[in-house]
Design a protein around this ligand. Sequence first.
Ligand SMILES: C[S@@+](CC[C@H](N)C(=O)[O-])C[C@H]1O[C@@H](n2cnc3c(N)ncnc32)[C@H](O)[C@@H]1O
Length: 214
Amino acid sequence: MWKNGQVFWLEHEVNAGLQSYLDPKFRTAFVPLCGNSNSMIFMHRKGLKVTGLEFHEDAVRQFFDENNIEYKTGEDKMKFYESKCSGIRIYVGDLFAFETEQKFDFIWDRGSLVAISPEDRGRYAVLMSSLLADGGKILLEGIQFGENPKSVYKDVGPPGAPYNLVEQMVRELYLNHHIEVLPQAEGSENDVELMKTLKEMFGEAIRTHYFISK
Ligand SMILES: C[S@@+](CC[C@H](N)C(=O)[O-])C[C@H]1O[C@@H](n2cnc3c(N)ncnc32)[C@H](O)[C@@H]1O
C-alpha cells in the first residue's frame, strides 16, 4: 500500500479528537503504527517530544520529506529516523519487537489498535500499558461500523483492518484501567475527504475517542 500510495486512512486535517483532547502538560508522546501521520507535526509544534513507530520505511521517509524536515538515521535496537532538532524520532520495525526503557506521558492511538488483528489485541494492550508513564494517558480512537441497520459491516466490521472496536472491547482489553468515553470532538466531520472515503468503503463508520489511564 505504501509503495503505490493507496493509504485510505490518511487524515488530511489534524484529527479533531487529538486537537480537542491533547493535554498541554504532557511532554512526551508515543505514536504506535504512525505511518506518515500529520499528528506528529501537530504534537511537535505543541512542544512534545514525539516518538513514532512504523514498519514501512517508505512511509517514514515520506513523512520527513513531505514535511521538509531534515533528518538523520541511527540505531537503538531498531533503526530510526530522527529530525535534526531531535524532536521527532520514528523507529522502523515491528511494534511487537520494540524494546525501550522509556515511558511516555501520552500515547496517541489512531489507526493503530484498529489495525491490529483481533488475536493480537491482548498483547498489544499489555505493551501499550507498559509504555505508559504513571499519570499518563492513552488517547484512543475507536471505530464502529454503523448504527445504521443497513450497514453491511454492522456488529462485525469489515473483513481485515480496520477492525471494529467498540467500548465494550476497549474495556475488556484494558481491564484494571480507567476508561473515559469522550464526547464527540468538535470538527470531527471536517475532514471531508477522509469521511467521504470511509463512507464509500464502509457505508458508515463512527469514530469515538477514549482516554485510558492506569
Ligand atoms: C491504518 S495505518 C494508520 C497510520 C497512522 N496511525 C494514521 O493514523 O495515519 C496503520 C499503519 O501501521 C503499520 N503497521 C501495521 N502493523 C504494524 C506493526 N506490527 N508494526 C509496525 N507498523 C505496523 C502499517 O504499515 C500502516 O502504516
